[in-house]
Design a protein around this ligand. Sequence first.
Ligand code: CP
Length: 361
Amino acid sequence: MSLRHLVDFNELTAEEWEGIYSLAADIKKNPANYSEACKGKILATLFYEPSTRTMLSFQTAMLRLGGNVIGFDNPENSSVSKGENLKDTITIISCYADIIAMRNPKEGAALAASLFSSRPIINAGDGGHFHPTQTLIDMFTIRQKKDTLSGLTIGLCGDLKNGRTVHSLLRALNTLGKNTYYLISTESLALQSHIIDALRENGNTVYEVTSLEECMDKLDVLYMTRIQKERFESEEQYKAQSGLYILDKEKMDMAKSDMIVLHPLPRVDEITEEVDYDPRAMYFKQVQNGLYVRMALIMKMLEAREGEKESLDIEKYMDLPREQHCKSNVCVTKTENYLPLLTYKTPDGKTACMYCDHIID
Ligand code: CP
């Protein structure tokens, strides 16, 4: 595995994904065999945003591999509160830890951190942008239950606009299979059109619907999501969108007997507690799988580092302009204004920001 950082799932080759899948499946069967796999190694968990599953499962994963953990779960308790920028924080933590898992509210923060880190950076969520390790878990769970990631009918319901797990999952599935998708949301929380276009261009069938009832009986997989309160500008805007999609026993009765329900969690009100006892509810099994998948990922990323010379990615970008360039208010370049200009061309010839994927012109 040549991987240095994991910013986006699509940095993994199909072979690397297979390697993580197989290793995670073996860890699940024989966890005791791996209890010293990372002895002497240190994981830093830098969480600038709240988390229960991602942070604690990364920490548990490293402890179960025989390693140790350091980090913060609130930037107010670190020198970030004194004004230390991301570049300096990452440079410092690179001196202490062997591998870093970071969650940050700014889109593109993980890519920015990777430029300055001599240690592997794992994106544990960058704003509403990506959450690649949740995607590894989602795909591991689908494959364990359905034996495939292709030819499925998959419904995604809720906040498809702001849900980083939805964005990461669809990008990943788009590279590994062809499926039929039902996107179930209000118009305000619809999935970005460039993601829908990419799915259609790759031969997937995509339907946009506004109710669960329209597709419940067709689905092999239902991926429920929370309305992402923290991404709304006001309480009123959030309230107008919340409580509209609720999966309950009545709706489960419309579904196939072998449909599975996934949810990255946390849940608010979008799945009623009675559904937890339905054997098709997989969301707590997903959490358990998360531990094995993150153990496998840490092992693979540390393996890739063996014998590798430490060099910073920023050296490749030293001569690029440093001025602020992305108009998105949630892009990391808005606050970390020393970052170099990094762009790419979309298939229709537009210029997009490499940090957050917003179109620049
Ligand atoms: N799924 C997930 O990212 O959960 P946390 O926000 O609790 O980490």
